[in-house]
Write a protein that binds this ligand. Structure first.
Ligand code: 5AD
Ligand code: SF4
Length: 392
């Protein structure tokens, strides 16, 4: 979502006549789009901000802007802590940046009330043939470790007719692959009728996007296991363009920890969803997100996570060390796991994830795969890099 928002910021800025420069020292405007999901993102950003301060002192005309979830989480405090910042705005206020840049205002400005979807702004896509599609904003879940509900607010879906029109325009512009984006994509649409729009479920949206000529690949991220129902999987299985890849965030394999995380499913329910996926889309690559070292996580709890990873056999997993976030319930919980224990668990987890992923990958040996080429390989520019439908 953060990358999507950056593409929108770039699109808006290029509409104002701005262009990217290679070095920060050459920039008239230094703009950060921040993520706050884990502390490491925050700390890296603070270091970059230090450099911006130095550059601003060299040339006071230079504008320093901070957008995104970090800005939203500290709001106007940003100007007290970092007085050289000229403009700050949250994820629902990106359009205000244009207003600020085109006004004569010399005083620092902050914009933090949700007003509009970033998806309404023009985008400058990284590759002409791939696009993000923001289907909703915000999240109504209350996962106890997560800062997102407080930075991106309550869930709001974009009306389906608007999304269909956007994808049709993208297809006409040469886009072959779209990724539907939301904090919880498969709860899409539940708020539409109440806001006076036509009803549309996530499954229906998948079918409607699939019907658009020119779009060969549809991806979506992230679904929530609680909303991974039969209708979504039926659409997934029946729509030719929907790729054989499902990201199904586990977070923990222990029901006790899942409860403390307020994930609203337990281990058995999660495994039932995996079984349902295997039944409808047998060849799907299943990937996940896992947090180790959540407060109170015992060795037994962690062993359950390892068991689930063994049983499911993920094609890959994003693994995270629990990071206490300001204002979240988990940050105040007892039983913080010592850092060395977290690191040790992480190492064991990665070993199991990789071993199972390697075994799963065997099924592709000798099988021709359709690849969408994304550009030169990062490690060897004489070769090309691309992605199969399974996201390999
Ligand atoms: N600490 C560690 N990982 C987190 N995630 C979200 N919040 C935290 C946190 N406080 C992870 C979850 C989520 C992914 C996007 O980031 O696994 O699915
Ligand atoms: Fe955060 Fe949970 Fe919402 Fe995902 S579903 S954004 S983890 S609160």
């Amino acid at each position: 979502m953060n990358e999507h928002d950056s593409e929108r910021m770039k699109g808006m800025l290029s509409g104002l006549g701005y262009a990217e420069v290679a070095e920060r020292a050459e920039a008239d405007l230094i703009l950060f789009n921040t993520c706050s999901i884990r502390e490491s993102a925050d700390s890296r950003f603070i270091a970059h901000l230090g450099e911006a301060k130095r550059l601003k002192s060299e040339d006071p005309e230079r504008i320093v802007g901070v957008g995104g979830c970090w800005a939203q989480s500290v709001k106007d405090e940003v100007f007290g802590r970092f007085p050289f910042v000229d403009v700050a705005f949250g994820p629902g206020q990106i359009h205000k940046l244009a207003e600020f840049l085109t006004s004569d205002s010399l005083t620092a400005q902050g914009y933090f009330e949700f007003e509009d979807f970033a998806g309404h702004l023009p985008a400058q896509r990284e590759r002409p043939f791939q696009a993000w599609l923001q289907i909703s904003q915000g999240c109504n879940c209350v996962c106890s470790y997560c800062i997102v509900p407080s930075t991106r607010g309550r869930e709001q879906s974009r009306p389906s007719h608007e999304l269909i029109a956007e994808v049709e325009a993208l297809a006409a512009d040469g886009v072959r692959e779209v990724t539907l984006l939301g904090q919880n994509v498969n709860s899409y649409g539940r708020d539409l009728a109440g806001r006076g729009f036509e009803r549309c479920t996530f499954a229906e949206l998948l079918r409607a996007v699939d019907a658009i000529v020119g779009i060969d690949r549809i991806r979506y991220t992230s679904p929530h296991p609680k909303d991974m129902k039969e209708d979504v999987l039926a659409a997934h299985a029946e729509c030719e363009s929907v790729c054989e890849h499902i990201h199904l965030p586990l977070q923990s394999g222990a029901s006790r920890i899942l409860k403390a995380m307020r994930r609203t499913y337990d281990r058995d329910r999660y495994m039932a969803r995996v079984a349902m996926i295997r039944e409808h889309v047998p060849d799907a690559a299943i990937t996940t997100d896992i947090i180790v070292g959540f407060p109170g996580e015992t060795e037994e709890d962690f062993a359950e996570t390892l068991e689930v990873v063994e049983e499911v056999g993920y094609d890959s997993a994003f693994t995270f060390i629990f990071s206490p976030r300001r204002g979240t319930a988990a940050a105040e919980m007892d039983g913080m796991v010592p850092h060395p224990v977290k690191v040790e668990r992480m190492e064991r987890l990665v070993e199991v994830v990789q071993r199972r992923a390697r075994a799963r990958a065997e099924r592709f040996v000798g099988r021709p795969l359709e690849v969408l080429v994304e550009g030169p390989s990062r490690t060897d520019p004489t070769r090309l890099r691309g992605r199969s439908r399974h996201n390999k």
